[in-house]
Design a protein around this ligand. Structure first.
Ligand code: MN
Length: 331
């Protein structure tokens, strides 16, 4: 890939130059960005690293999110280097690279969680920011642990998801894709003054689910709230809740309506459109985002890359926010 002609802008090594190499050919790194190992061979590192976590041992319904990282990369080939929504070129503002996939044990969930935390800490050891592509939602717990260790304080947390993911156990198991955020509260790795779910909907087991969730400190802006209150009001509420705290953002792709993300493990009707989530994310510009993930893409249930395209654009806008923030700090 080092031999492929690349966009070089502002001294940063960007995507493969698609005016010289067709977008559908060659290796599928995220947005055709350089691989971190190739940069490292050249004595360089990256300010923002995109890493995959092929893991779905925590799922409760449809399996297959272990193939999500590769699918999102494949669906990200058409992303271009300039983001008109923010009038910025994220890959020129800072160096962004694809760090490949973490190698996690599919047969031992505890070992897998530990590996994700260790790898996240190692990747961010040079002060870089991490954008993770899952994988099922179990991986958000070790990613939050790592983010809190790096931030030196419990992080604010915005959780885009159809589901609360604050349930206690399934079949006696504490660590699943439906329980990471109860564990995160118990472990004290999130700031309970600054937690909010966005886009929740669908039937629950009972009212106690909501009572427990409120007790942990979560605010809830449902999918219905997004529809009825509109993007600007939702953004204002989220910004108010987060303030200037270090912020971690987790996007379960099932926050989108199955029309916008059919390829996921636990779909629910009545979700956000891809336009709504992108507009909400853009409204978070300037917040102190220390890490983010996009999870639960299960390509076997996808059609025409609908889910992969939604996920890749969400990841792109998250990178845009992170790049803009880091470039602003350097200015
Ligand atoms: Mn989830």
């Amino acid at each position: 890939m080092l031999n492929s002609p690349r966009v070089i802008d502002n001294g940063n090594i960007g995507p493969v130059d698609s005016s010289l190499v067709p977008r559908y050919s060659g290796e599928s790194t995220f947005a055709l960005l350089p691989r971190l190992r190739d940069l490292a061979a050249d004595g360089r590192t990256a300010d923002i690293k995109v890493v995959g976590v092929p893991f779905d041992t925590g799922v409760s319904y449809r399996s297959g999110a272990r193939f999500g990282s590769g699918h999102v990369r494949q669906s990200s080939r058409l992303l271009r280097p300039y983001n008109p929504a923010t009038d910025t070129s994220p890959f020129a503002q800072v160096q962004v690279a694809d760090a490949g996939d973490m190698a996690v044990n599919p047969f031992n969930i505890h070992e897998a969680i530990e590996a994700v935390e260790n790898d996240a800490l190692e990747l961010t050891g040079d002060g870089s920011s991490l954008l993770t592509i899952g994988g099922d939602h179990t991986i958000a717990l070790p990613l939050l642990r790592a983010a809190t260790k790096r931030a030196g304080q419990p992080v604010a947390f915005l959780h885009f998801d159809a589901h609360l993911d604050t349930w206690d156990t399934y079949f006696g198991a504490d660590y699943t894709h439906g329980t990471p955020f109860r564990r995160a509260v118990e472990e004290g790795v999130v700031d309970t003054e600054a937690l909010c779910h966005v886009g929740t909907r669908g039937p629950l087991y009972g009212h106690k689910d909501l009572e427990d969730d409120r007790r942990f400190g979560f605010g809830i802006l449902t999918s219905s709230d997004v529809f009825r209150q509109g993007v600007d009001e939702i953004v204002a509420r989220l910004r108010d809740r987060v303030g200037d705290r270090p912020l971690y953002i987790s996007v379960d792709i099932d926050v989108l309506d199955p029309a916008h993300a059919p390829g996921t493990g636990t779909p629910e009707a009545g979700g956000l459109t891809s336009r709504e989530i992108l507009e909400i994310l853009r409204g978070l510009r300037g917040l102190d985002i220390v890490g983010a993930d996009v999870v639960e893409v299960a390509p076997a249930y996808d059609h025409a890359e609908i889910t992969g395209i939604s996920a890749s654009h969400i990841a792109y806008d998250l990178i845009t926010l992170m790049a803009d923030l880091r470039a602003g700090k350097d200015r």
